[in-house]
Design a protein around this ligand. Structure first.
Ligand code: AP5
Ligand code: MG
Length: 192
């Protein structure tokens, strides 16, 4: 059976968004990226965007309260009933517990956490290259360093959280995009 309630975990630049794009096509379920939703809120100048902007530009995590709120609203939409690919949420143990509780209220649970592993040198190289192409405001050396340390301190502990539940699958995120995609497909139980 192919898992359809998925979390892609990994440091900045690991390929969460890139691999989510592949899984959307493969599984026909939505990607839920709190980073994308926050960037949209910043771009349209909503109160939520205004309150998150400074932390995002500094590479720090936005408050649990804010992101749990936006993730909850998105997960409750109809299209997420068939499954979802979480990208960038949860990122703290508090968020992971809130997610478990929310899913439990709907009578489901997260099936798998796919953790993409990539060494830091490659991550920085990818993000600096993307900075030239897309100009994302948090893709600069100083902010990338803060994002990495936020990841290590607050998000990496989630690998133990999901390992304890038996739902962690580590996937080597190095190599060509399609090579990583093949490994991710295998980790989630193959094509549906
Ligand atoms: P978010 O948008 O989630 O950013 P991130 O975690 O820093 O990750 P990226 O989007 O940079 O990397 P990715 O893993 O998606 O890699 P991608 O596929 O793009 O969060 C941004 C900010 O929002 C946070 O810092 C925080 O402030 C806030 N936020 C969001 N969620 C939050 C939460 N839950 N709690 C609190 N705050 C939150 O790939 C990167 C680049 O590499 C691309 O150019 C891509 O083309 C390239 N690439 C991908 N795969 C490969 C490959 N195999 N080989 C070579 N290049 C590749
Ligand atoms: Mg991303």
């Amino acid at each position: 059976m192919t898992a359809k309630r998925l979390l892609l975990l990994g440091p900045p630049g690991a390929g969460k968004g890139t691999q989510a794009a592949n899984l959307i096509k493969l599984l026909g379920i939505p990607q839920i990226s709190t980073g994308d939703m926050l960037r949209e809120a910043v771009a349209s100048g909503t109160p939520l965007g205004l309150s998150a902007k400074a932390q995002m530009d500094a590479g720090q995590l936005v408050s649990d309260e804010i992101v749990i709120g936006i993730a909850r609203d998105r997960l409750l939409k109809d299209d997420a009933k068939r499954g979802f690919i979480l990208d960038g949420f949860p990122r703290t143990v508090v968020q992971a517990e809130a997610l478990d509780e929310l899913l439990e209220q709907s009578g489901v649970s997260l099936e798998l956490c796919v953790s993409l592993t990539v060494d830091e040198e490659e991550l920085v190289e990818r993000l600096l290259k993307r900075a030239e192409i897309e100009g994302r405001s948090d893709d600069n050396e100083e902010t990338i360093r803060t994002r990495m340390s936020e990841y290590r301190a607050k998000t990496e502990p989630l690998t133990r959280y999901y390992d304890k539940k038996g739902t962690l699958r580590e996937v080597n995120g190095l190599g060509l995009v399609h090579e990583v995609a093949d490994r991710v497909e295998k980790a989630i139980g193959g094509r549906p």
